[in-house]
Design a protein around this ligand. Structure first.
Ligand code: ADP
Ligand code: ZN
Ligand code: ZN
Length: 745
């Protein structure tokens, strides 16, 4: 008897289609089953959303109703779990996207874009391969099972390949835990969480993650863990440690990675391993929050403050926030770890001023470094008292030389790549502006080009000013390339004195384009083959460089005066993380404390004072007080409507009209009962985005703020209709998007 099933297909929220479409199916299909369905002229992958409605009368003869038939069911594919479906439902609703978009977003392309036969073949191949590598008989039997009996849980269902009974390798022995690590593990083991693991740089958070996972695995031999990291290629060390710890216990194949750098085939393999339960540990970037992990029992969000957890296109979700939600759904533990937690998480971990209200997150603190290594001493150089155009002040150079003489390593952070941010004609003031963006083209000295870091447009440096023909073109500002050159020159004589070359290397988006070059450089740094590493924020994060004893940050002032209210939080985290790369080896700091140097024109700034004292808590408390006074997140919720248009006129016209309609909605809702009230919503006027023009597209935004998350959500849902309607009226508008909890304004 045919049934009617509702199926999630990739229909965008911006379209007028509903979230799930109905199809006829030959038989009963349970929620989470993968199917192929016709959609317009194409056949697409879909996910059964609702269990089928009771058997229906078959369509009468040739007079087929409007509903189409499911083309086929993907056999041998255990249904996605209820928890997974609920995660999708929540994400779609909260981030204002369609269910289908979110559901299919994280699916491997080889599942999404292949025919049913191809998928079938790939599944078979996967089963064969995974059984070979584990030496257990293939479980391809699942293929034969009727689709009606597909259960929710592939692991319980036996589709998962069992772990090998005896350790494949010698066990990697974990180190003896510090008292703080022991306490942290005890807290995590005996409380429900969510946990904010607030541990100094070098306090051994990774060891806590690994042992928390292991403790759970010892209780449940099929349990799975998800470890999320901000950027996978910056964390080869973590990957290695996870592998070293768990491969001997559960085999090489028990650890898989999920990130956008994988080939489609690798991605499918990892994804299936997680789905079938063979992968015990999934290590991935933000996308992995949507992986199917049916036996998920613990989620780790490492460096939880990192902005890369927020997706910046499509469904703009925060993987960190979803991790907390998913953990609750699946009754799993979740640990957010950082030395500089996001102010949101920090706020959630603090006791409320209202008596009896428990903090949302449980704070687990590890203030000390392993082996009692001391934190870096912070030195500030007042650049107002240095000769103009100084790049490296003399006290900093002296300090660097002293470290290099002792064969220690130095790290220099400058968050601006290229040679000079702008070239300028010294005669008429012409600057190297990008024609397509609201940005300057950056001078790259190696190939003598001007490059726009936003649209990629590249051109040769003109011999003379295109306006006045004067050849006197000068440089403004400083990039990593120039820093490298200046330091080479400054350390030349020292190299001669020491009778060895001083090796200086650079890590930024330019120097690491070639595949493997980043890894290679990091490895050489770890091996001690590099004396000074210069780079952007890429070098400041997470690395456990053992012989770095001096870190310097050059030219950090810009962020102090940014329009974005989160700029100070970011700068503080960056500098704190950077300083955390120094002095991680207790033996080295025992002899001489490590150093963090700041060159600034505002040495007395409160941010630097807090940094000098390594006082995250003071910084966070100050910032939160300011945010509370100004009613900014986390004391209010925000959403942005972002619009891209051919002209500024079209963008503004669209948003201004939206503003009017939105205000109308607010007015209508006034005086209604609490369940539909919108009284705590504030609509700001439309303004250009910081980067107003990008690749010839005009970008504007409208900020919405509310003291009530629920009201904001309610209001956003009502805005879809005007957003879609107005689009037709304003053909110059290319696209609109809602960004809930935006991370940059
Ligand atoms: P964090 O992530 O907190 O900055 P890591 O987890 O990278 O710190 O640990 C810092 C260093 O200390 C690493 O080299 C790690 O191997 C080592 N370490 C961690 N725990 C211990 C311990 N209990 N005993 C000895 N060394 C440890
Ligand atoms: Zn000129
Ligand atoms: Zn550009």
């Amino acid at each position: 008897m045919p049934h009617i099933v509702s199926v999630l297909v990739p229909t965008p929220k911006q379209s007028h289609l509903p979230d799930a479409l109905s199809y006829w199916a030959e038989s009963d299909l349970c929620a989470g089953t993968l199917v192929k369905v016709p959609l317009g002229p194409r056949e697409v992958l879909g996910i059964v959303w609702h269990a089928s409605t009771p058997p229906q009368e078959p369509p009468a003869g040739a007079r087929t109703p409007e509903l189409k038939w499911v083309s086929c069911v993907i056999e041998g594919f255990p249904a996605l779990s209820q928890g997974w479906l609920e995660l999708v439902a929540f994400s779609a609703q909260y981030y204002q996207r369609s269910l289908g978009e979110v559901a299919l977003w994280g699916m491997p392309p080889q599942l999404k874009n292949s025919s049913a036969e191809q998928i079938q073949k790939r599944l078979e191949r996967w089963h064969q391969h995974s059984s070979q590598t584990l030496g257990t008989p293939t479980r391809a039997a699942s293929k034969k099972r009727s689709r009606a009996s597909l259960a929710q849980d592939p692991v319980a269902n036996g589709t998962a390949t069992a772990p090998p009974s005896s350790p494949a390798r010698e066990l990697a022995t974990p180190p003896l835990l510090s008292a703080e690590q022991r306490q942290a593990l005890h807290d995590i083991g005996t409380n429900p969480g969510p946990f904010l693991l607030f541990g100094s740089t070098g306090s051994g958070k990774t060891e806590v993650y690994l042992q928390a996972i292991q403790a759970l695995f010892e209780r449940d031999s099929l349990a799975q863990a998800l470890i999320m990291v901000p950027e996978i290629n910056l964390t080869p060390q973590l990957q290695a440690r996870v592998r070293e710890r768990f491969a001997p216990l559960w085999g090489e194949h028990s650890i898989v990675c999920l990130h956008s750098g994988l080939t489609p085939a690798q991605r499918l393999k990892s994804w299936l391993a997680a789905h079938f339960g063979q992968a015990r540990v999934v290590l991935g970037t933000r996308m992995s929050i949507f992986a199917s992990i049916p036996r998920l029992q613990i989620i780790i969000v490492d460096e939880e403050h990192d902005v890369s957890y927020k997706q910046q296109e499509g469904a703009r979700y925060s993987a960190r926030d979803l991790a907390v939600y998913r953990a609750r759904l699946e009754n799993a533990r979740v640990i957010l770890g950082s030395a500089t937690p996001s102010l949101e998480s920090w706020h959630h971990s603090q006791a409320s001023t209202q008596a009896g209200v428990k903090p949302r997150y449980q704070l687990v603190a590890m203030p000390s470094r392993i082996g009692n290594a001391s934190l870096a001493q912070v030195h500030r150089v007042d650049m107002n008292h240095q000769p103009r155009k100084t790049v490296f002040s003399s006290p900093l150079l002296t300090a660097i030389e002293s470290r290099l003489k002792a064969r220690e390593q130095v790290l220099i952070v400058l968050n601006r790549r290229g040679y000079a941010p702008v070239l300028q004609c010294n005669s008429c003031g012409w600057k190297t502006r990008c024609q397509h963006c609201s940005a300057f083209k950056v001078f790259h000295k190696l190939d003598r080009t001007l490059r726009c870091h936003h649209c990629g447009q590249t051109e040769r440096v003109p011999k003379a000013c295109p306006v006045c023909a004067d050849q006197d073109i000068g440089m403004l500002g400083l990039g990593t390339q120039q820093l490298e050159e200046q330091l080479q020159a400054a350390l030349l004589s020292m190299g001669q004195e020491l009778g060895r070359a001083i090796i200086i290397e650079r890590i930024d988006a330019d120097s690491t384009q070639a595949k493997g070059s980043l890894e290679e450089r990091l490895e050489r740094m770890h091996a001690g083959d590099i004396d000074v590493l210069i780079g952007t924020q890429m070098i400041a994060k997470g690395h456990d460089f053992r012989r770095v004893t001096l870190v310097a940050a050059i030219d950090v002032d810009q962020a102090l005066f940014s329009n974005d209210f989160r700029a100070c939080e970011r700068l503080f985290a960056l500098l704190m993380q950077a300083s955390g790369r120094a002095g991680r080896d207790a033996h080295l700091t025992l002899a001489r404390p490590s150093e963090m140097w700041l060159q600034t024109h505002h040495p007395k700034h409160a941010l630097f004072e807090a940094l000098k004292a390594h006082d995250y808590v003071r910084f966070a408390t100050d910032q939160l007080r300011e945010r509370q006074l100004a009613n900014m997140p986390p004391f209010s919720s925000q959403a942005l409507i972002r619009v891209e248009a051919r002209t500024a006129h079209a963008a503004l016209g669209y948003l201004n009209e939206l503003h009017t309609q939105g205000s109308g909605l607010l007015q209508e809702a006034s005086g209604t009962e609490p369940g539909s009230s919108l009284e705590d919503i504030f609509l700001y006027s439309a303004v250009p985005m910081q980067m107003q023009k990008l690749a010839n597209v005009e970008r504007y935004q409208l900020l919405i703020e509310s003291g009530s998350r629920a009201q904001l959500q309610r209001f956003l849902r009502r805005l879809h209709e005007p957003l879609r309607g107005l689009k037709k009226k304003h053909p110059g508008v290319l696209r609109w998007v809602i960004d809930v909890d935006p991370q940059s304004l």
